[in-house]
Each structure stands twice: as C-alpha cells, then as structure tokens.
Design a protein around this ligand. Structure first.
Ligand code: GTP
Ligand code: SPV
Ligand code: MN
Length: 590
C-alpha cells in the first residue's frame, strides 16, 4: 500500500513500474519490524550470511559478484542537454539517447522480483538543509544498506508532503552484465538511474550519486557546496572544540582521520576528537559569515582492510553492531569476519572462507578479503560520534584540508596564502589511484578537491563556484594540504600516520587561530620543525625536515603536469587559477 498521496511520487513509481514490471511493490516504512523481515528474507535467499549474533549482533556478510566490487567510473555518466555543461572530466551522453538506452535495459528487468520504494533523507529529516529522495530498487541489499546510510521511511514522506521536488532514483541489479552497467545522472531532471551493478557507490544512490553529483549541481544553483569531505571536531585541553573538513580521494584516509584516536600524550593532556562525518560534507555560509558543515549521511561505508584496534579503534567498534560487511573473509570457526590487517601473526585465523566463497589458509598468497571490501555501519555506534552529529545547523569550519596519496612531491603539510590560493591547491591535487574504483591501482592522477569522479558538472565551473563562495564567506576557513603517504627509497611510509596525524592537525588549528608561526616557502606556509610536536614518536627532527621538504625539481615537473591538466579546460579555466599557477612557477624559479 502506498505510504503517501504525493502525486509526483505516485506517478513516478507507476511509470517506472510499467517499464520494469515487478511482481510486487513494497514501500519501506523505516520500521525495525519491516527491516528485520527483510534481513530474514535476505538470509533465506542467500543475499546475506548471518554472522555470530552473540559476538556481532545484527551483523551480516554479503558477497558481490566478482566483477562488481567497486565504483565503475567509465560507466558513470552526467547527462545534461549540453555536452559542455558536463565538462571534459565527465562521461556524457545526450539525455534523450540515454533514457532510450536505459529504458530498453530496464524493460521487464524486475519481472519475478520485488520493487522496493525507499523514501530517504540526506540530512536530518525536517531540517532546513535536508534533501529528500526516493530510490526504487529490486535489491534487498540496497534497501538494508540505505537504511543504515540514510534516514529512511514514513517520516521522510511526511516531511516531503505534496512537494514534487525530490530526487528520483531507479536501480535494478539486472543481470550484472559488465558491458551494460550504467550509473547515470540527469542533473536537469534531478534523476539518477543505475543498472547491472549491486555495489556500494554505484547503487546506494544517496551517497555519491545524490549527495555529490546531483547535490554539487544544486549547491551551485543555490549557493552552497557539496564536497567529498570528512568533518571532525578537535577538542583541545581547554575544552574548546574546533572543526575542520578534509577532502582526500577514495581510500586515502578520510574515515581514519575522522575517527582518529589521539596519541597517548595528547590523551593525557585532555585532547579529544569528535567525528561528524567520514565521507561527505554539505557546506553553507551561516548568518555569522562562517562556513557551516553538515554530514548528510547516517552511517559509514568504510574500507575494511587496514582497519584494526590500533589503526582505527573507533571504526572497528562501530562495526560490532548492526553492520553489513561486503566482500570480507568469513571465519567459519566462530561465524565472525576477517580482513587483511585486522590481526597479525598467530592471531590471523588459520582457516577462512575468502570473499569469493573459497577456502583460504593462513600463509596463502592471495588475500582473503577484497582490497575494496567494506563495512556499512550505523553512525550512532561510533564511540567518538560528535554530539553535534544530528545538529541541523551543522558545525562551523575553521580549516579545510586537502590531501592525497603521493610517494614524493607533496610535503607532510603546507598552508595556502589565501582562499584563492587554497582553491588552486585543491584544484591541483593529485593522488595514486586505489581499489575504490575499478581500474589500475597506484597510478598518479589529478583529482581536484577529491571530486574528479563526483563533480556533477564542468570542473572549471566548479572551481569558479569555489572562488565565488570565497567571496560570500566573510570569515573564511584557512586552506591546507597534507600528505600522510610519503615513502622512502624502499617504499615504506615515512610518517607514522593515523593517530599521529593529530600532531599535524594541531598545527593546522593553531594557524587558524593565530597561535602558531610558519615559514614562507615557494608553495605556501609550512611549520617550523619545532612547531610539530614529536614527543612520543620515533620521528626525528631530521625525518620531519625531510617530510616537509619541497623539492624544486619535482615541483617544476609538477607545474608542467598542472599546465597540461589545466589545458583541458580551455578558456573556461578561471583566470585566478592560471594566475596562481604562474605565481607558483615564478616562486619556484626564484
Ligand atoms: P573512501 O571510503 O573510499 O572514500 O576512503 P577513505 O578516504 O575514507 O579512506 P580510509 O580512511 O578508509 O583509508 C583507506 C586506506 O588508507 C586504509 O587501508 C587505511 O589503513 C589507509 N590509511 C588511512 N590513514 C592512513 C595514514 O595516516 N597513513 C597510512 N599509511 N595509511 C593510512
Ligand atoms: C569512495 O569510493 O569514495 C567511497 C566508496 O566512499 S563508494 O560508496 O563506493 O563511492
Ligand atoms: Mn568516499
């Protein structure tokens, strides 16, 4: 039975059901009773494996098709009327042609299946900044994940009322045919369609499809920003909480930084870290002229490998209740899960079932969990979830931090000289590719603001939007760049990372409040070696000097790379950014 009288919602569902021909239509009301029934159905039909309910209450394991394990950027499209509006970094097709193509694929795709209607909210339901969507899907896995990642159910329909403005979403897992996989956005129709995948960012449409690709368009029109950023609060020993947001590309450390555990010395001194979000930030200018951030999500879709009690205790704790694991290994001895890096040595289970369902024995060369295996965990179970997590106004941002995975070139940290210079720093971000997207891993590519795969319009217009936003923010956050991933000649990470990253964040925050000094270098401001607290680490002052070093030769090569990249945008490139590039070049040649 329909749970709303909203005509626009009902007619969209009728239209899509007429094409996809489901046997049945089920509305997701958001009740625990209904979700519980769906979990049982998922277990009975082999979609989920129930885990040990004593050790991991409410937790399940899902294995995807081996060809469906990550976002598929080459199958992801922005379909606006004019190709130029999508820009050179997005795949584009004419909307009419794309609808034709997709509707052929959707024809009867839900025959013999159930269409679930998921009303969902990005942001706290009823808050002035929340945006609502309806995802129609034939995947119970999508329903159960969306119920963790977003706020779903009747309350969303009530808040939407008769308003015809909602984000329309259609998903069918279809046949998982690789050649006909599509993740498509129609920003002019506020519509998202995906078919032939059942994996994460391809199909949990609230996440990258809505909260970034569609929302970046809405933000541009309405004067706000949708960014691929974590949000975190740092409480200093005086009890002040200061917030920052940080954009790192996929699998480059957002979840880890967002849930950071302070090093022992910091804990003793009274430092605390509060997680507001680990992947997406919606940013608006407040009445006070500051930039305010909300996390539109309600859970974490985090990378499992590498997560352990030492690297990310808070993430691990978050996954102990109500979590769906995807493509991790199964431990048949006690019905729990395992992934690479969870435990070491003898604590590694002797025998596992790998993510493909095959036997695995300790010492086997192949990894038992997929490198992009993930947990979908409710935010409310995170031990360091911020008391402001549900605050509809969000939190005021003092610093914006960009960063990537660079073995060389990028130093541990530097600060931009101005908002405009900071936009330049974000626009030239480059990072080694990871397993979060299908394709080669470890190749350096430009990933401006960590938004290359997520910006729903022309990247040069997006940079202009950043520059324009700067003018609207009277009390601008300071902009920084970090790199936790510099390696030595043997390929080992030099910086300890994880909790020790707070040492760098401390300097960043002090810079925002005029409490720390800096050296001016060719690329921006950098800390004086003595201003990064190394107490309790085995990092020497020499090593830190090396981590902060800016190699002019490498940077001049970088300038050539940036010129080549910028050339793609032709005369749409904001003049401010070419100016910033020439300043960088002349600073390096000085
Ligand atoms: P998405 O969910 O794909 O957007 O990724 P993310 O940016 O949230 O990355 P995440 O925090 O999950 O980290 C990805 C990988 O980087 C994991 O394997 C981490 O163990 C590793 N990692 C995170 N932070 C650090 C760090 O400070 N140093 C090092 N060496 N590795 C890190
Ligand atoms: C990312 O790839 O940046 C993720 C995972 O956060 S996904 O939801 O697949 O986009
Ligand atoms: Mn992400």
């Amino acid at each position: 039975m329909a749970l709303t009288n909203n005509k626009a919602v009902l007619s969209w569902i009728d239209e899509m059901a007429a094409k996809t021909c489901p046997d049945e239509i089920v509305w997701i009301d958001g009740s625990e009773a209904q979700l519980d029934e769906l979990r049982k159905l998922a277990v009975d039909t082999g979609v989920l494996i129930e885990l040990n309910q004593e050790k991991l209450p409410g937790c399940y394991l899902h294995r995807t098709d081996p060809n469906d394990v990550a976002r598929v950027e080459d199958r992801t499209f922005i379909c606006c009327k004019k190709e130029e509006d999508a820009g050179p970094t997005n795949h584009w097709m004419d909307p009419e042609a794309m609808y034709d193509k997709l509707y052929k694929l959707y024809e009867g795709s839900m025959k013999g299946r159930t269409m679930y209607v998921i009303p969902y909210s990005m942001g706290v339901v009823g808050s002035p900044f929340a945006k609502y969507g309806i995802e129609l899907t034939d995947s119970v896995y999508v329903v159960l994940n969306m119920a963790i990642m977003t706020r779903v159910g009747v309350s969303v329909l009530d808040a939407l009322g008769d308003d015809p403005n909602f984000i329309k979403g259609l998903h069918s897992q279809g046949t998982l045919d690789k050649e006909n996989k599509y993740i498509v956005h129609f920003p002019e129709d506020n519509t998202i369609m995906s078919i032939n995948s059942n994996y994460g960012g391809n199909v949990l449409q609230g996440k990258k499809c809505f909260a970034l690709r569609i929302a970046s368009n809405l933000g541009r029109q309405e004067g706000w920003m949708a960014e691929h950023m974590l949000i975190l609060g740092i409480e200093n020993p005086q009890g002040e909480v200061r917030y920052l947001s940080a954009a790192f590309p996929s699998a480059c450390g957002k979840t880890n930084l967002a849930m950071l555990i302070p090093p022992e010395g910091y804990q003793k001194a009274g430092w605390k870290v509060w997680c507001v979000g680990d992947d997406i930030a919606w940013l608006r200018v407040g009445a006070d002229g500051r930039l305010w951030a909300v996390n539109p999500e309600n859970g974490f879709f985090g990378v499992a490998p590498g997560t352990n009690a030492k690297s990310n205790f808070n993430a691990l704790e978050s996954t102990k209740r109500g979590t769906i694991f995807t493509n991790v290994a199964y431990d048949p001895a006690d019905g729990t899960v395992w992934w690479d890096g969870l435990t070491k040595g003898d604590a590694i289970p002797a025998h596992l079932v790998d993510w493909n369902g095959l036997d695995w024995n300790r010492g086997d060369e192949k990894k038992p969990a997929h490198p992009n295996s993930r947990f979908t965990a409710p935010a409310k179970y995170c031990p360091c979830i911020s008391p402001e997590f549900e605050n509809p106004q969000g939190v005021p941002i003092s610093a914006i931090v960009f960063g990537g995975r660079r073995a060389k070139t990028a130093p541990l940290v530097y600060q931009s000289r101005s908002w405009e210079h900071g936009v330049f720093v974000g626009s030239i971000m480059a990072s080694e590719t990871t397993a979060a997207a299908a394709g080669a891993v470890g190749v350096v590519r430009r990933d401006p603001m960590a938004m290359l795969p997520f910006c729903g319009y022309h990247m040069a217009d997006y940079w202009q939007h950043w520059l324009d936003m700067g003018k609207a923010i009277s009390n601008q956050p300071k902009i920084f760049n970090v790199n936790w991933f510099r390696t030595d000649d043997d390929g080992n990470f030099i910086w300890p990372g994880f909790g020790d990253n707070l040492r760098v964040l401390e300097w960043i925050m002090k810079r925002c409040f005029d409490e720390a000094d800096a050296n001016e270098t060719a690329i921006g401001y950098q800390p004086k070696v003595e201003d990064i607290n190394l107490e309790g680490t085995d990092v020497s002052a020499e090593t830190l000097t090396e981590l902060l070093q800016v190699d002019k030769e490498l940077w001049l090569q970088e300038v050539e790379g940036i010129k080549e990249f910028y050339a793609k945008f032709g005369n749409k490139l904001p003049a401010e950014l070419s100016h910033q590039l020439s300043v960088l070049e002349s600073n390096l040649n000085r």
